[in-house]
Write a protein that binds this ligand. Structure first.
Ligand SMILES: NC(=O)c1ccc[n+]([C@@H]2O[C@H](COP(=O)([O-])OP(=O)(O)OC[C@H]3O[C@@H](n4cnc5c(N)ncnc54)[C@H](O)[C@@H]3O)[C@@H](O)[C@H]2O)c1
Length: 418
């Protein structure tokens, strides 16, 4: 069986340095790795992972291997693989099938390669691996004990499978751990999305009208960081509560149709489809910049953009200029794919430290657990709390402890107004 396939093996030395740099900023995952080295909780197991191939994912792969696992890995987006990291992982013995800039066929070919290893545990980001297992590769389902899912969109898809009675094995929704979405989705996506927009365009954020599609965990992070850089931020939403929260946090809130003619930069992160479409593009200013940070490249209708345009040029990496029939130019970043992973490096290592510590601990939990029913599970509370405690410790932050009197007070109802 083919051991790996990467773009260029010669990139490995740079990849090793990148992984070393990420690892130095991932103290929680390193503690898990050191324990795994001694205890080998994943001994004899094959783990099949479909994750963005970044330097942080490499540290997760090292951790899983330290625990005794064989790891097969492919990318979870055609544009997010860091080729130097992929080359280094091949040298480290990971069965990796990934390169940046894939066609859809190549992308699914890599998923098939991972499934050829017959994983016992799957680690997914967006549920494409799980989707393939449940459609084209059902024979392989018999080998699978359980899985984990990294992102909101994946969890939504898995819950839909569970509801339809199609899910065939248990999956832990890592995304839904507090130590994941409160930090990774908000601060990780917030910072790295702005990073992606800047690397692709190098425009000044300050003074721009910056429209954020959604006010969920990712989009609020983007809104917060854009505001912090001096942009005039507009939020669009479909849920009244989220819209109200955005308004009370000081953002202008309006429908996309009203934001379209005034925005300079648009970023979506909703997990929804066609959030920016023809009717909005028709109203946008000449020179507007459009990007997406939600999981799939469906939030901006590329089809509508293509239909409205007479010409398309690549101005610089990750920046395409579309000329519309009336002469206006709109700029699409990173083909409408996750701008933070395609045009920048994805989340900083410090937040992936917590997300991937959850991944490693949940993989261990799955490996050790008795047979679980085919449902979507939340991350066990003790794993979530352990990750928070270890992260605080690594940051040198101490917190108070409840006194015996306080414990008693909080557990009783008798004492009221005094
Ligand atoms: N870029 C990254 O690295 C990264 C990281 C984590 C998650 N994600 C992805 O980002 C997306 C959002 O994740 P999240 O955790 O913020 O989800 P979330 O559920 O917290 O937020 C999504 C928000 O979008 C709103 N929304 C839905 N349709 C809309 C529409 N048509 N117009 C305006 N608002 C709309 C929802 O009401 C919700 O408030 C998902 O696809 C997720 O997988 C990306």
């Amino acid at each position: 069986m083919e051991e790996f396939q990467v773009k260029d093996k010669a990139l490995a030395p740079q990849g090793h340095l990148q992984i070393e740099w990420a690892s130095a900023h991932m103290p929680v995952l390193n503690q898990v790795k050191n324990r795994f080295k001694k205890e080998k909780p994943l001994k004899g197991l094959t783990l099949g992972a479909c994750l963005h191939v970044t330097k942080e994912t490499a540290v997760l792969a090292e951790t899983l291997m330290a625990g005794g696992a064989k790891v097969a890995l492919c990318g979870s987006n055609p544009l997010s693989t860091q080729d130097d990291v992929a080359a280094a992982l091949a040298e480290k013995g990971v069965h990796i099938f990934a390169k940046r800039g894939q066609t859809t066929e190549e992308y699914y070919w890599c998923i098939d390669k991972v499934l050829d290893y017959k994983p016992a545990i799957t680690l997914d980001d967006g549920a494409d691996l799980v989707g393939t297992l449940h459609s084209k590769r059902t024979k392989e389902l018999a080998n699978v004990k359980g899985g984990t899912e990294e992102t909101t969109t994946g969890v939504i898809r898995l819950r839909a499978m569970e509801k339809a009675g199609s899910l065939k094995y248990p999956i832990i929704a890592v995304n839904d751990a507090y130590t994941k979405y409160l930090f990774d989705n908000r601060y990780g996506t917030g910072q790295s999305t702005i990073d992606g927009v800047i690397r692709a365009t190098n425009v000044l954020i300050s003074g721009k009208t910056f429209v954020v599609g959604g006010y969920g965990w990712c989009s609020r992070g983007i809104a917060m960081r854009a505001q912090g850089m001096g942009a005039n931020v507009i939020v669009t939403e479909v849920k009244p509560l989220k819209a109200l929260e955005a308004a009370m946090n000081g953002f202008r809130v309006m429908p996309m149709s009203e934001a379209a003619p005034i925005g300079d930069i648009f970023v979506t992160a909703t997990g929804d489809i066609n959030v920016i479409r023809k009717e909005h593009m028709q109203k946008m200013k000449d020179g507007a910049i459009i990007a997406n940070s939600g999981h799939f490249n469906v939030e901006i209708s590329i089809k509508d953009l293509e239909e409205l345009s007479t010409a398309k040029r690549t101005i610089r990496p990750n920046l395409e200029e579309y000329t519309l029939k009336d002469g206006r130019k709109l700029h699409l970043l990173a083909e409408g794919r996750l701008v933070n992973l395609s045009a920048a490096e994805g989340h900083p290592s410090e937040v992936m430290d917590m997300s991937f510590a959850n991944q490693a601990l949940c993989a261990e939990y799955m490996a050790k657990s008795a047979k679980m029913p085919p449902k979507v599970f939340t991350v066990p509370t003790d794993i979530d709390e352990t990750v928070a405690e270890l992260k605080l410790k690594s940051m040198g932050i101490k917190i108070d402890e409840l006194t015996e009197e306080q414990k008693k007070y909080l557990a009783t109802w008798e004492m009221g107004t005094t």
